[in-house]
Design a protein around this ligand. Structure first.
Ligand SMILES: [Zn+2]
Length: 233
């Protein structure tokens, strides 16, 4: 019975280790980085698209303003042809010159916006060209993670089957003790007695303690006086 309990402990410890491994698979890190890289890419694409939209809107505004200036200037030039008073003509000419200067500034700004738009478009095209690579990398990483998880899951399922049949052989009171100790002692409830030392806490027992442990009835599970784990002699 005590040997079977040690087997149970081995199964449970291996299960704990496998669960830890499943939660810390290197493939999970790779999949997370691939996902993060794609998310960064998606943000960059969204930012660029927003910038291109803003530049487009700016160009439209400037074109609209340019048309208004042109209309106003044409009207003033028309007026200038019919004006006779020199002071009035001078005032009109001044106004026309101001509008021409404004139109020039607008053209410059529009040209700048168009250039910026071209640059952003090129950047966007370069980014979009990278999309298949990023998506393929994520798909591969996800596949590799799933495969690694499936391998561990197979091992876990096999252990689970062994555990179930093993527990069926063991006494309910012993299992209860074992389960409670496992909860309180970081997963290890059963330890081997190696010489005068408990393999669970690695502490030596006194001669008297060792004597008690050694002379316990064979079907009984003595406890380590230091860590209270069940000792297998
Ligand atoms: Zn101990």
């Amino acid at each position: 019975m005590t040997e079977r309990l040690l087997d149970l402990q081995t199964i449970d410890t291996t299960t704990d280790q496998l669960r830890y491994r499943r939660a810390h698979l290197p493939e999970a890190d790779a999949a997370a980085s691939a996902r993060a890289e794609l998310a960064t890419w998606e943000r960059a694409v969204a930012d660029l698209r927003a910038r291109i939209d803003a530049l487009e809107a700016e160009v439209e505004r400037e074109e609209h303003a340019a048309k208004e200036i042109d209309t106003k200037r044409a009207r003033l030039q028309q007026q200038l042809r019919t004006v006779i008073a020199p002071r009035e003509a001078e005032a009109l000419q001044h106004e026309i010159a101001t509008l021409t200067a404004q139109r020039g500034e607008l053209d410059d700004r529009e040209l700048e916006a168009l250039e910026a738009q071209t640059g952003a478009d090129d950047e966007l095209q370069a980014l979009l060209a990278d999309e298949p690579r990023l998506r393929a990398a994520l798909a591969t990483a996800a596949e590799q993670l799933a495969a690694a998880q499936a391998l561990v899951d197979d091992e876990l399922a096999a252990l689970d089957a062994s555990r179930t049949s093993l527990r069926a052989e063991l006494d309910a009171a012993v299992l209860d003790r074992y389960d409670r100790l496992r909860t309180h002692l970081g997963g290890i409830a059963v330890a081997k007695l190696v010489g005068s030392r408990c393999d669970g806490c690695h502490l030596d027992m006194s001669a008297a303690e060792l004597d008690t442990v050694r002379h316990a009835p064979p079907d009984e599970l003595p406890e380590c006086p230091n860590c209270s784990r069940l000792l297998v002699r």
